[in-house]
Design a protein around this ligand. Structure first.
Ligand code: SF4
Ligand code: MSK
Length: 625
């Protein structure tokens, strides 16, 4: 890492980012790139995972001179424990989001709220039936109450497996049983990870890694999957719709409100409140032309997928969105919200509102959202935003570009509908080699990379190779800004993908949702495997998180691998200090679950790596490479 900041053009791929970084420099506002430089070089013990802080006989740092911690733990044990706890953070994040969704569903099912309703009754009945709950002749809320209990059971330790493991091919379930990695309960696996990694428990790196797989599977096949299914039931299952992305979605003459975080429970209510005629009239009284709502990160993805609300930016654009000077208020729930947003907001008139007791920020105002008061609190927050409009200094406002059009909303239900109600056309296209495979590009930004360079170029390279790309999380905005999320993007695809997507009228890069919605991709993989009578590991699929930063992204990668999906990462987690853990991640897991991680920072080389994996899977299925 250089000792000085790279030129602005080298920090991000995008014009809107360049302009806001220049504005930040001119106005003396610090951003993540400045702080990264201050933190560079990073601690090499931390980077390779060989610093242990698990007890107060330490902290212990492993070196040639001191190869063991005070307790005798070696580098493999220390790395495996650190990595296990890192993954536990990610699993807890997604799954606690899932828990909040169950609580909301519980409140609706028990008639404890009027602010939230069931929007997709058919989906509720379908999932209940799938999980063995009687639906015939029963009231909807009766079924909902049973489904709530079924979901709760996947969080504790009442069951031998979490509910959606049943979606997997039997052969794959058998592999998990033999390896002892069938997830039993979300909370159980996370708690057990904390227990195992206490001093004096699991002192066998491979064994700790296997439990990591089990815990992450609990997230993928329960915590996250439940979050997605309930969000669809309560707010509607996404359907293809148009939307727009980048900082150009902010409006100079409107009150601008940004929603940031992950859970749609808050943002859906904010969306309803901005459409309240009384509040619109109040905004006009204050001199604005209206109220404009835009999203950031995954709350943005949730609102964009279901409601077509525009997306202002992904992870590294969150500070830059405020630097436009046009944002009255940013309302957040949890995860991926930089604490610096309070300070950046203080450089302008921008107020930050927190809504969850588990994610409060010093300097922000707290407006607690609960099931019984969501709508009232949303109106209160929107009113606060309107009151701030007269405080805006219009001379400091810069909206740096025009928005880019995208198409979003590809839930599995919507994909199936586009395919005519069955997977057969997709399977035929795969067999014929017109679609050679599919890759989910997911995850974040990280200022250690040129912002979105890897996300975009990997997607571009893969579609050229007739590989369908599915995106979620912050990669979505990157793909959207690059013009990849519209049907016309087929002109950038290889001939086979162009033909199939052209016939279906879908983009070659398909937006499937937020971080928790990676569960949609797991489900799609299981549907394909079941249809073909193979396991997920046999399919020509891969995943990638080129610019990842978060614990959650590592957890997603681990559940993808443990589910049989080869997963590329732009950089390794902090595990390189252990040969045992690194070898397991990069190859050993392949023998156990049929997939492993691959590391490659260059998106062009990564595309070749993934392409080669897909070629091997196709050949093993007896298909042309
Ligand atoms: Fe050191 Fe062992 Fe304590 Fe870790 S658990 S800090 S290696 S003594
Ligand atoms: S928000 S986890 S930066 S994708 Fe889901 Fe974006 Fe990564 Fe957060």
């Amino acid at each position: 890492m250089a000792k000085e900041l790279p030129p602005i053009e080298e920090r991000s791929l995008w014009e809107d980012a360049h302009k806001m970084l220049a504005k930040a420099e001119k106005e003396g506002i610090e951003t993540a790139w400045d702080r990264l430089l201050q933190q560079t070089p990073h601690c090499t013990f931390g980077e390779s995972g060989i610093c242990c802080r698990i007890c107060t006989m330490g902290p212990c740092r492993i070196s040639k001179k001191a190869p063991l911690g005070v307790c005798g733990a070696d580098t493999d044990v220390i790395v495996a424990r650190n990595f296990g706890r890192f993954l536990a953070g990610g699993a807890a994040g997604h799954s606690d989001h899932g828990r909040d969704c169950i609580e909301a569903f519980h409140a609706v099912a028990h008639g404890e709220t009027e602010d939230y309703q069931i929007k997709d009754e058919a989906k509720l009945r379908r999932i209940a039936e799938e999980l063995g709950i009687a639906v015939e002749g029963r009231e909807l809320l009766d079924i909902a109450r049973d489904l709530v209990e079924e979901f709760w059971a996947s969080f504790g330790s009442q069951r031998s497996q979490v509910c959606f493991v049943s979606r997997l091919p039997e052969k794959q379930q058998e592999t998990w049983r033999k390896l002892g990695i069938t997830p039993r309960g979300v909370d159980r696996e996370i708690t057990e990870m904390m227990h195992r990694t206490h001093m004096g428990c699991d002192n066998d790196a491979a064994n700790t890694m296997l439990h990591s797989a089990r815990m992450c599977l609990a997230d993928g096949w329960a915590g996250s999957m439940i979050a997605t299914e309930i969000s669809d039931i309560l707010f509607g299952t996404p359907k293809p719709r148009k939307a727009q992305v980048n900082l150009g979605v902010l409006k100079k003459d409107h009150v601008n409100i940004l929603v940031h975080g992950h859970n749609p429970i808050v943002s859906e209510k904010i969306m309803e409140a901005v459409n309240d005629p009384e509040l619109i009239a109040l905004a006009k009284e204050k001199g604005a032309a209206g109220i404009n709502l835009a999203g950031l990160c995954c709350t943005g993805n949730e609102l964009m997928m279901r409601q077509g609300i525009p997306m202002a930016g992904n992870h590294l654009m969150t500070e830059l969105a405020i630097i436009t000077g046009a944002v009255e208020l940013i309302v957040v729930d949890y995860q991926c919200i930089m604490p610096s947003l309070v300070q950046v907001g203080n450089c302008f008139h921008t107020k930050m509102i927190t809504t969850a007791d588990k994610a409060r920020f010093t300097g922000a105002e707290h407006v607690k959202f609960e099931m019984h008061n969501g709508m009232d609190q949303a109106r209160r927050v929107v009113r606060m935003a309107i009151e701030r409009f007269p405080l805006r200094d219009q001379d400091r406002v810069e909206i740096p570009c025009d928005p880019v059009d995208i198409v979003t909303g590809f839930s599995n239900e919507a994909l199936l509908e586009a395919l005519g109600g069955t997977l057969t056309p997709l399977i035929e296209a795969i067999k014929a080699g017109k679609i050679r495979g599919a890759v989910a590009i997911v995850g974040c930004n990280n200022p250690k990379y040129k912002h979105d360079h890897c996300n975009v170029n990997l997607a571009r390279e893969l579609i050229k190779k007739d590989i369908l790309v599915l995106v979620t999380g912050c990669v979505t905005t990157a793909a959207g800004k690059a013009g990849l999320l519209v049907p016309e993007a087929i002109d950038m695809a290889g001939p086979g993908l162009k033909e199939i997507c052209g016939a279906l009228g879908i983009p070659p890069v398909v937006h499937m949702g937020s971080c928790v919605d990676n569960a949609r991709i797991l489900q799609l993989a299981a549907l394909l495997a079941n249809e073909l009578g193979v396991t997920i590991a046999d399919l020509p699929l891969a995943a990638s998180s080129p610019e990842w930063y978060s614990e959650k992204a590592a957890t997603i990668g681990t559940y993808a691998v443990a589910s049989g999906i080869y997963t590329h990462l732009g950089h390794p987690p902090n595990i390189t200090g252990s040969k045992v853990v690194t070898d397991l991640a990069l190859s050993g897991l392949d023998d156990l679950v049929g997939a492993c991680f691959g590391i490659e920072p260059d998106p062009f080389k990564a595309a070749d790596l993934i392409d080669e994996r897909i070629r091997q899977k196709r050949e093993a299925l007896g298909l042309s490479a």
